[in-house]
Design a protein around this ligand. Sequence first.
Ligand SMILES: NC(=O)c1ccc[n+]([C@@H]2O[C@H](COP(=O)([O-])OP(=O)(O)OC[C@H]3O[C@@H](n4cnc5c(N)ncnc54)[C@H](OP(=O)(O)O)[C@@H]3O)[C@@H](O)[C@H]2O)c1
Length: 320
Amino acid sequence: MSARLRTHSAASRRPATLASAKVATPVLRTVGVIGAGRVGATLGAALVAAGHRVVAASGSSGASRARLALLLPTVPRRPAAEVARAATDLLLIAVPDDSLAGVVAGLAADGALRPGQVVAHTSGAHGLAVLEPASAAGARPLALHPAMTFAGTPDDLGRLPGISYGVTAPADLRPLAARLVADLGGVPEWIAEADRPLYHAALAHGANHLVTLVNEAADRLRDAGVGQPEKVLAPLLRAALENALRLGDDALTGPVSRGDAGTVRRHLARLAATAPESVESYLVLARRTADRAVAAGRLRPVDAAALLGVLDDYRSGVAA
Ligand SMILES: NC(=O)c1ccc[n+]([C@@H]2O[C@H](COP(=O)([O-])OP(=O)(O)OC[C@H]3O[C@@H](n4cnc5c(N)ncnc54)[C@H](OP(=O)(O)O)[C@@H]3O)[C@@H](O)[C@H]2O)c1
């Protein structure tokens, strides 16, 4: 365990109970943030709020400077290598996924990383492999992905309590990772290195494609003459989301769940005429919805046959 990792002073004063065993986990104190972007600036501010000392942060664009002024106003802005050298306990790297490998390799090549220092990144798609140059320098690698969407404003801080963090960590670093996540108000979800791409695909499929789906629905309502689509969609979509999270495939309603082929055919005909760009995604999602409904026992295969025929006809261009 690094000599730079200290125990909580409050913890050391408590009696030896289960609670004190928990708080006796070493805490990180001196932190640097490379990338004062949406995530870096927000997590940096949350670490400060939890009692850690953020000693430097990097970011050169106007947006990063503005976020630093807003969320980390007392933290000096420094070049990335200087941030790494100043971050004696924890270096948090929150740069775009595709820049991460180059940033880590560059810091290692500059000799900016040190043995015992925890080097963490916030990418969902990457695990520990991308931190290999840091590990080779003796640093301790940690993948710490907040399962949340960040805009880089103070509102983000209010959304941190209770969120999950997809954590990949060597076994000996797990207690410290759990402590760090707890300090951020979150809950660790341990993800195996090989499962990082699947973990991230699931979150992107759910959260990012949900945004596209909602905006597609709003656009088609506008096409149908609805002035404020969000007013129509908000209660319906909230209920659908809550039901899906609670009931899984049993939450499904609508024409696909009933095998109502005629309705689906009319949907596709009108979409093809009004918004052909929406037909492909409707077909793919209707097919996947039908398959899931059959597998879950919500739709009998015999009732699905006509519906699947309509979808196949559109796919092969027969009905288009
Ligand atoms: N945004 C989200 O909702 C979210 C949620 C969970 C996880 N993440 C993950 O968190 C990471 C950061 O995402 P973000 O949305 O915070 O990105 P962002 O807002 O675009 O910020 C990126 C930051 O990295 C800096 N940067 C870019 N390229 C760099 C390089 N080559 N060397 C050093 N610094 C560099 C930028 O500095 P400049 O100002 O100089 O450009 C900026 O401060 C990504 O891995 C992302 O997948 C994002």
